[in-house]
Design a protein around this ligand. Structure first.
Ligand SMILES: Cc1cc2nc3c(=O)[nH]c(=O)nc-3n(C[C@H](O)[C@H](O)[C@H](O)COP(=O)(O)OP(=O)(O)OC[C@H]3O[C@@H](n4cnc5c(N)ncnc54)[C@H](O)[C@@H]3O)c2cc1C
Length: 392
């Protein structure tokens, strides 16, 4: 006989695992289904760490969510033996007058009275002798931010969800979904399950899954290299150096580079935040170095801005973003089936919000409403339709 649940969560990664915990904690009978065994190396959460910042270059609407996320991460840290958060501070810098991301970060900090310090390029170099930046750069520093141990976060939520009675169907890809007026049937490789409510949080596969419930969302998975380099530990260890976001100006191949200090000798970790190379998540080349730019772009950045962190390559991995046309997330109820909620398109900056997104998804599943303002993430917003990237 088909087993019935209050809620099924399809995709138990960053967002889904948190949702599973917040549902189970309230006594909701929940099943989490995943193609793999989360946390895992195929998910967008792979690669050990993710930056959390509160002042927000992508838009000040995110600030209240970032602050709530931090509260929930801190709570999680107290409930688990896993290390969740490291408070290293977070800095951002870019060329004065040509760095909209940095400007918005500073403005959002002011609007929400966050603890944010400003430095000129010259001042920043004095604080961080490992930096080599032009004097006409502008910067900000948030002492309360830092980074999350992404895979630990998912494991911690998983342990707690299990403790509260959540059930899992692991290594069990969802093949089809039948949506009825007030229930769903989820057909997986191993069997079939029914539920009153459904949450879809399938990361880079979300487009494939939402197409099974009649939606054609502009979700574009992209291939994202990230790598660790030997660095002068006295300059770049986590007690001496914060996480960073660096905006490269127009005319110099505009992009944002982000990175992490070295801890436990892991080396400085750096990635380039841009939306290129649309891929199919099932067939993407996961070998770091198979494209010369995997290391090349990052090396170029390090040589220019942090030459003493541009040592030997220690490790490199390939991960995936799922981009939306406007770079904002999709978190909403299905327009025709209000018992189905969707969280997708995190556009390379979603992990820090996984805790609050889990809370939002649990609220949507239980009551159909959420306390949080998620209006910029509406599924039917016009800017979602203006795609400039070819879908793979
Ligand atoms: C290199 C890199 C660096 C990043 N840096 C940052 C950062 O510093 N700060 C930040 O905030 N964010 C960052 N991000 C973004 C962040 O990691 C993602 O936005 C976030 O992890 C997305 O979470 P998700 O739940 O959508 O996807 P995932 O964590 O991938 O979860 C999706 C889950 O769905 C499952 N699934 C898929 N299809 C099916 C199916 N058919 N059946 C069952 N299960 C299925 C998958 O197996 C997976 O477990 C980064 C991303 C990358 C790739």
């Amino acid at each position: 006989m088909t087993k019935h649940y209050d809620v099924i969560v399809v995709g138990a990664g960053s967002m889904g695992m948190a949702a599973g915990y917040y549902l189970a904690k309230q006594g909701v009978k929940v099943l989490l289904v995943d193609s793999f065994d989360p946390p895992h190396d195929k998910g967008s959460h792979y690669g050990d760490t993710r930056i959390i910042r509160h002042a927000y270059g992508e838009g000040r609407e995110y600030v209240p969510l970032a602050l709530r996320s931090q509260v929930l991460w801190d709570e999680l840290e107290k409930k688990t033996h896993h290390k969740i958060f490291m408070q290293t501070g977070a800095m951002g810098f870019g060329k004065k007058g040509d760095a909209p991301f940095i400007d918005e970060g500073i403005a959002s900090g002011k609007e929400y009275n966050l603890e944010v310090e400003h430095y000129t390029g010259a001042e920043l170099k004095e604080h961080y002798p490992g930096l080599q930046i032009p004097d006409d750069y502008d910067s900000f520093y948030e002492p309360k931010s830092g980074f999350l141990f992404s895979e630990n976060c998912i494991q911690a939520y998983r342990d707690l969800a299990e403790h509260h009675g959540a059930e899992f169907s692991i290594n069990d890809p969802v093949r089809d979904i039948e949506a009825y007026d007030d229930s769903v049937k989820v057909i997986t490789e191993k069997g079939a399950f029914t539920a009153d409510k459904l949450v879809i949080s399938a990361g880079s596969w979300s487009g494939k899954i939402t197409s099974k419930v009649g939606l054609d969302l502009p979700l574009i998975p992209t291939r994202q290299p990230v790598a660790w380099f030997e660095a002068d530990e006295s300059l770049f260890n986590a007690n001496a150096f914060p996480t960073f976001m660096v905006e490269i100006p127009n005319g110099e191949n505009r992009a944002i580079y982000y990175g992490f200090p070295s801890f436990g000798g892991c080396g400085v970790k750096v990635g380039r935040h841009e939306y290129v190379d649309a891929i199919n998540p099932d067939t993407m080349n996961r070998e770091f170095g198979s494209n010369a730019n995997d290391e090349g772009h990052i090396r170029e950045f390090l040589d220019k801005f942090m030459p003493k962190a541009s040592g030997a390559l220690k490790n490199g991995v390939i991960c995936m973003y799922t981009r939306t046309p406007d770079g904002h997330f999709i978190i909403d109820k299905h327009p025709e089936h209000s018992h189905i909620s969707i969280a997708a398109g995190f556009s390379g900056h979603g992990f820090k919000f996984a805790s609050v997104v889990g809370e939002i998804l649990s609220q949507l599943a239980v009551s159909g409403e959420t306390d949080h303002d998620i209006s910029i993430f509406r599924i039917n917003r016009p800017s979602l339709q203006e795609s400039s990237v070819t879908k793979n």
